[in-house]
Design a protein around this ligand. Structure first.
Ligand SMILES: [Fe+2]
Length: 494
């Protein structure tokens, strides 16, 4: 099944044509009809910012996620959860699954992923959401439009690991929905942090029951043992870790991760914080010393890939570790507003050569996208760069051959100034195109039309091979029917 979609998708990708990127959209996709009527989401709203305040408080006064996670885990153990937090669906040696990252905005950019995802999901046994299931603050009252409704027709279980945004609710919404857990008893946190800290929202249980009914089929049911877990199959383990607000792993989770990593089967790590991103190395510290990446790199543990959400695009770094190659993947483009790729410099991190690095959107498309956005919103027509112009400028900057064939372009001074303002100058001398943009300005952009540059992963497993495929969602009808295949990598398991 997926091989046919992959074959078609290869010819239809943004690496082959502008149309594949969604630049020449003839018809808007069917996702528009799936969206809820209400305009669900606004980052510019003061209430939204106030609800997200725990990120800032965690930075100023320390991140309490580790302590709160211990209490959730103790409560789950008291309810009889599996000692190693194993999930054991009936999987044979061959199976497949989807991986979605940073889904929960409940707006066009999330729903635009759904039709194409359902098109390639037919053979999948389950899906995993890697981080930020619900924006802005993980509320258990927002799962209807941001989780149950968009995925109502996905006919298999969905498991998840939380992201920082889910933790802004103290994980209350996440634990209620995915682990069927009762709220934790409030524990006073003294001092300024305790005073200002946002407490979990009280969940409207009848509304939640109504939302749950949207994924009420027997085949869709999933109960996971905790915020971190391991999905077992005869040929591969999928290990999901919970990186809280700031990325630190508490001692109990560390001990669990060390324990499950000793299993002799090959493994894929799923994390809320990617280890390699934007040509940078961020290995996530473990309480008591060492990093998650130390565990991933240990040859005895047999990790073949580490996939992280949190950054809203796709990047793949094949890193040579001893005589093996571990695939480090960023995959957080399944819902929330796109983070730029054109600010990723020529790749050299971890010994990865630029020519072996892959990203989606292509840097030229990312630059053209943001130039169009700012040209419209700031009424600065001169800043707009066509996809060809932007690709040409990016390949000059990165010193690589443009990925897709270009038309005739003469780079002018105007174009160079636009590119500087949109990316090559360091922050704060350039316009926001990353996290700052996402947090404070993505609503101002009100980007409701294709291309969206969203993506999701399809992973197929056989006893001796794992194939990871990155499919794109542009928001155009054509790419809903034939999702472009933007990247694929095949990894030997035996
Ligand atoms: Fe996110």
């Amino acid at each position: 099944m997926v091989e046919i979609a992959a074959e078609r998708g290869r010819q239809a990708s943004s690496r082959v044509s502008e149309e594949g990127a969604g630049w020449a959209c003839q018809e808007i996709g069917t996702y528009a009809g799936l969206r809820p009527d209400r305009n669900g989401f606004s980052w510019l709203n003061l209430r939204t910012l106030w609800r997200s305040r725990n990120e800032i408080l965690a930075g100023l006064f320390g991140d309490p996620s580790g302590e709160v996670r211990r209490r959730w885990v103790a409560a789950q153990r008291a309810r009889g959860a599996d000692g190693d937090f194993r999930i054991t669906p009936e999987l044979g040696g061959s199976f497949s699954f989807l991986l979605l990252g940073d889904t929960g905005e409940g707006d066009a950019s999330q729903y635009a992923v759904v039709p194409g995802m359902l098109n390639v999901a037919a053979d999948t046994d389950f899906a995993v959401i890697a981080s930020d299931v619900i924006y802005p603050a993980g509320s258990g009252n927002e799962y209807g439009d941001k989780f149950f409704r968009p995925y109502q027709h996905y006919d298999a279980p969905i498991y998840a690991i939380p992201g920082n945004h889910d933790w802004y609710d103290g994980l209350g919404g996440f634990m209620r929905v995915f682990c069927d857990a009762a709220p934790l008893k409030p524990k006073p946190d003294r001092g300024l942090r305790g005073l200002l800290w946002r407490k979990p929202e009280t969940i409207d249980e009848s509304a939640l029951a109504g939302a749950r009914a949207l994924r009420g089929k027997e085949t869709q049911q999933a109960t996971q043992p905790g915020p971190y877990w391991v999905i077992e199959s005869p040929s591969l383990l999928v290990v999901g870790v919970d990186t809280g607000i700031k990325g630190a792993i508490d001692a109990e989770q560390t001990a669990w991760l060390r324990r499950v990593s000793l299993d002799p089967r090959p493994k894929v790590l799923v994390t809320g914080k990617p280890i390699y991103t934007r040509n940078d190395y961020k290995p996530s510290a473990l309480e008591g010393g060492g990093t998650i990446d130390d565990i991933v790199r240990d040859p005895a543990h047999r990790y073949v890939a580490a996939i992280g959400g949190d950054v809203h695009n796709y990047q793949r770094y094949p890193v040579k570790v001893g005589d093996r190659v571990i695939q480090y993947v960023v995959s957080g483009g399944s819902g929330a507003f796109m983070h730029a790729t054109h600010t990723i410099r020529r790749v050299d991190v971890g010994g990865v050569h630029e020519d072996d690095f892959r990203c989606y959107p292509l840097r030229g498309d990312s630059l053209s996208f943001y130039s169009q956005l700012y040209a419209k919103r700031l009424r600065m027509k001169w800043i707009y760069l066509t996809p060809d112009e932007a690709s040409c400028i990016m390949s000059e900057q990165i010193r690589n051959t443009p990925v897709r064939p270009l038309g005739q372009v003469t780079v002018t001074r105007r174009m160079r100034w636009a590119a500087r303002l949109l990316g090559s100058w360091p922050w704060p001398f350039r316009l926001p195109v990353g996290q700052v943009f996402h947090r404070y300005l993505s609503e101002f952009s009100d980007w409701d039309t294709p291309p969206f540059f969203k993506q999701f992963l399809h992973l197929s497993v056989t006893p001796d091979r794992l194939t990871i495929r990155c499919f794109a969602a542009t928001g155009c009808r054509k790419q809903e029917e034939e999702p472009p295949l933007e990247d694929e990598v095949s990894i030997a398991l035996s």
